[in-house]
Design a binder for this molecule. Structure first.
Ligand code: ATR
Length: 272
């Protein structure tokens, strides 16, 4: 039987994960089944859908908005990075039938930067905007690259302080950003999904070698256009992070680490 995988989410119809994983399987010389599963937004409905999927022979699954916390609560064991992220985006079926939860979002971002964009984070001043789940998921993998510094700036400063304290990094308010001259800026605010610009100083872009937005689209996001207009030398959207997190999930499930650059290019071309 063809190995079966799935992504659980709500909404899920526009998820690119099936195409991405089909590309990875082709690199491996194999065919897999990868479906989108729409689930009602409740912990009970999520649990039932996951149990049903694995009872029907599912081999592994991804979890996306709004179920990453539910998955965190559901699994039998957690990886260290899922624990740090407080969220699970990858379900792995263990030989004893139990489910292990992992989080590949942060590694996905770092792999996109290092392998695909060829930006070395070591010794760099990194500024991340936002202090929600998206930021929490990427802090440890960024720190593993040994940046010079990592500053978390958030609209609600208390949340930045809370998260920064947990990871022993620095916190800033949006007003503080006028003084900052980071090398790399990462936008992890959810407002970017609606094109809302975080109210940070334009000064932060002037010395950057890379400005990154976790959101992606056929066109550069409003945040990336804004950064470019204020001096950002280079911009990148989150499509590479999406492909990167998928690649790490695929590796965990199938023991094969796919190349991400050709898949990012293929998916970008499909977006038109
Ligand atoms: P996610 O899991 O996507 O990170 P979240 O946990 O709800 O979602 O966190 C959303 C983050 O985006 C928060 O840091 C939020 O800032 P606040 O803590 O001040 O709410 C940030 N955010 C959302 N919309 C924003 C906007 N328009 N400008 C600036 N920050 C925004």
């Amino acid at each position: 039987m063809t190995a079966q995988y799935a992504v659980f989410g709500n909404p899920i119809a526009h998820s690119k994960s099936p195409q991405i994983h089909a590309h990875f399987a082709a690199q491996q010389g194999e065919v897999i089944e990868y479906s989108r599963i729409l689930v009602e937004n409740s912990p009970a409905a999520f649990q039932a859908a996951v149990q049903d999927f694995f009872a029907r022979g599912g081999c592994g699954a991804n979890v996306t908005v709004p179920f990453k916390q539910y998955a965190f609560d559901l699994v039998d064991e957690l990886s260290e990075r899922a624990q740090a992220a407080g969220a699970v985006n990858t379900l792995i079926l263990l030989e004893n039938g139990q489910l292990r939860g992992d989080n590949t979002d942060g590694v996905g971002l770092v792999n996109d930067m290092v392998d695909n964009l060829q930006v070395d984070l070591r010794g760099k001043k990194v500024l991340i905007l936002g202090a929600g789940g998206a930021t929490r998921g990427v802090v440890l993998p960024i720190l593993a690259q040994q940046p010079d510094s990592l500053i978390i700036a958030n609209r609600t400063q208390s949340k930045a302080i809370e998260l920064a304290t947990q990871f022993s990094v620095q916190a800033a308010s949006f007003a503080d950003t006028a003084q900052l001259r980071p090398d790399i800026v990462i936008n992890a605010t959810s407002g970017s999904l609606n094109g809302e610009l975080p109210a940070v100083s334009e000064n932060i872009f002037s010395e950057t070698s890379l400005v990154y937005d976790m959101v992606y689209g056929a066109e550069p996001t409003p945040f990336l256009r804004h950064a470019q207009a204020h001096g950002a030398a280079r911009i990148a959207d989150g499509l590479g992070m999406l492909v990167g997190q998928a690649a790490e999930s695929f590796r965990l499930w199938r023991g094969f680490a796919p190349q991400i650059a050709p898949v990012i290019a293929a998916i970008r071309a499909e977006m038109g």
